[in-house]
Structure formats: C-alpha cells, structure tokens
Design a protein around this ligand. Structure first.
Ligand code: NAP
Length: 254
C-alpha cells in the first residue's frame, strides 16, 4: 500500500534546486505529497519535463523551470516564474553541487576550485538572495551539505571543504534572516545516486560504507527528503541555524 503523509505544506510554495533526480527530486516529491506547490529545476529541459510528469502523476501541483544554479539569468527566471505562478515562496532548498575532481587539495587546478566554490557555495548564497524578497513570514531555507563536511574524505577533500562552508553559511544566514525565516541544513551520509556512483558501481566499496554505518545500510533519497521536510515544516519552528546529520550513525561530530 502507498505510504500516506500528513499535509504540513498545504498552501505553501517550495523551490528545490537540482531537483529532477536523486535527493532533490525526492525532496520535491515529499513536500508535494505533503501539500506544497513545488518548483523543480535542473540544467536540462528533458530532465525537467520528465520530473514534472512524474510528480504530476502523483497528484502534485508542480512547475518545472530550467535553471543551472550558477547562471544568474536562469536563477532570476526561476524566481520570476515561481512568483508569476504562485505569488510567493515559503521554502527554498539549495541542493545543487558539483564534485568535478578527486585531486588532493594541494594539486587541485584553480579552474576546478572556482567551479566548486561557484556551484556549491556561491550559487547557494545567490539563490537565497534572489528568493529573499519573496520569502514569507515563517519561511524556511534549507542547504544540502554532506556528512563529509565535518571530516572531508581524502578522495573528495575540496568538495568536503565547500560543504563545510555551508555549515557556516547556515549559522550566518540564520542570524541575518531571523526571526521571519529559519535557515537549516541537512548533512546526508552515503546515498546511492548518480552523484555517488562510486557506491553503486563497486560492491566492495558499498559493503565497506554500509559497515561504517551503525544502521548497516546506505541512506535513501527518501530518508533525506523526510529530514528536509521536518526542518522546513512548522514541526521545526523553534529550530534555526542547525545542521541535521542524516547518515545512519557514521561518525560526524559530538
Ligand atoms: P544526483 O542524483 O546526481 O542529482 C543531481 C541533480 O542535480 C540532477 O537533477 C541534475 O539534473 C541536477 N544538477 C546537477 N548540476 C546542476 C547545476 N549546476 N544546476 C542545477 N541543477 C544541477 O545527486 P544527489 O546525490 O541527489 O545530490 C544532491 C545533493 O546531495 C548534492 O548537494 C550533494 O552534494 C549532496 N549529497 C549527496 C550525497 C550522496 O551520497 N548522494 C551525500 C552527501 C551529500 P541536470 O543534469 O538536468 O542538471
């Protein structure tokens, strides 16, 4: 039987970046099933169209817009189309990230550094700037960081550092945007998606990662969506400036 959800987002409007597959898509689906009008976006029109169709098929009110998060015109258009159709923004989830290199930090090319900062950090700030004039009282911003933010893994060290920056950004913006807007962050553990294809492609790696968790399994995109929905909802109305680690108990912090 299909799982039933509450309706914590009835009458709310949620924008989720990078949301045509993986964690972003599941967040859009969860918020939509809980009653939100959701705005999905990513770089490719075909992916946007497919995501819109899938969400509509589940009875979700959805708008799809192409938006590469580091393209200022496309970001502006994402906000403009949302406002034209729904008139306001209650939730913004900044989910896009790039991980273009496995190089150690001492060897990473400047162009790769620029791309990592641009997509993982700068675009996260700019999308919130773009959305801010339309955010309602009681609205919520969520950044998608990574459990690796606390201890960047050697194979993706600089990516991890950009995710560490999002923890600071969460604290700083929570201060700036209080009391009308809460700002929180999710730090996912290992979730088999295209982004983390090293998990799906290699059985030994997958098994080793599962054994690192206390719960003996990988995360699901639905696990991340459930945590995001909690932080974005009024159930978390006294929580701001926090990062929730959703990682099956892998070591993150005290
Ligand atoms: P994913 O399954 O590969 O999905 C990525 C989505 O982002 C796609 O819809 C893609 O669509 C879109 N996208 C990629 N680059 C974009 C850009 N520059 N602008 C706009 N959209 C873009 O990835 P995921 O695993 O769900 O990752 C989502 C977030 O979770 C990321 O911030 C990642 O760092 C974080 N995270 C993931 C894991 C994990 O284990 N999976 C762990 C920790 C943190 P298009 O190709 O059409 O653009």
């Amino acid at each position: 039987m299909e799982k039933q959800f509450g309706k914590r987002f009835e009458g709310k409007v949620a924008i989720i970046t990078a949301s045509t597959q993986g964690i972003g898509f599941s967040i859009a689906e969860r918020l939509g099933l809980e009653g939100a009008s959701v705005v999905v976006s990513s770089r490719k029109q075909k992916n946007v169209d497919e995501a819109v169709e899938q969400l509509k098929a589940r009875g979700i009110e959805v708008l799809g817009v192409v938006c590469h998060v580091s393209n200022g015109l496309q970001r502006k258009n994402l906000i403009d189309e949302t406002i034209q159709k729904y008139g306001k923004i209650d939730v913004i989830v900044s989910n896009a990230a790039a991980n273009p290199s496995a190089d150690p930090i001492l060897e990473i090319k400047e162009s790769v550094l620029d791309k990592l900062w641009e997509i993982n950090v700068k675009s996260s700030i700019l999308i919130v700037q773009d959305a801010a004039p339309h955010l309602q009282k009681g609205s919520s911003v969520i950044f998608i960081s990574s459990a690796g933010a606390y201890q960047p893994q050697a194979s993706m060290a600089m990516y991890g550092v950009t995710k560490t920056a999002l923890l600071g950004l969460t604290k700083a913006l929570a201060t700036e945007m209080a009391p009308d807007t809460r700002v929180n962050c999710i730090a996912p553990g290992f979730v088999p998606t295209n982004f983390a294809d090293y998990i799906t492609k290699n059985d030994a790696v997958r098994k080793a990662i599962m054994e690192k968790t206390l719960l003996n399994r990988l995360g699901t995109t639905e696990d991340m969506a459930a945590a995001t929905a909690f932080l974005a909802s009024s159930d978390a109305s006294y929580i701001t400036g926090e990062t929730l680690v959703v990682a099956g108990g892998i070591p993150s912090r005290l």
